[in-house]
Design a protein around this ligand. Structure first.
Ligand code: FES
Length: 97
């Protein structure tokens, strides 16, 4: 179990380690978009990880390729569907609400 803090709402949630950020955000009712259902294909789940980035699962080639081709990414960018929570607290900032 770890703590997920979501901006801009500022709410915190207890989420099981190993859960994707997309599933976690959906389960608590935060406004996260998806068109591809979590396949790293639609880019809609793009978020910024503002704290705890290192505790998330590593970026795999499919996510890396997608991020490379996107506009508006930063070094904190992740696709929520591809990032699995670890044991340490994480803070994410939602972009499209
Ligand atoms: S849900 Fe489509 S890329 Fe993440």
């Amino acid at each position: 179990m770890t703590t997920l803090t979501v901006l801009p709402s500022g709410k915190t949630y207890d989420i099981a380690a190993g859960t994707s950020l997309l599933k976690a955000l959906q389960s608590v009712g935060e406004p996260i978009l998806t068109k591809c259902g979590g396949e790293a294909k639609c880019e809609k789940c793009h978020i910024f990880v503002t704290a705890g980035r290192k505790t998330l699962s590593k970026i795999k080639p499919a996510e890396n390729e997608k991020l490379d081709g996107m506009v508006g990414i930063s070094s904190n960018s992740r696709l929520a569907c591809q990032a699995l929570l670890g044991e340490e607290p994480v803070t994410v900032e939602l972009i499209a609400a």
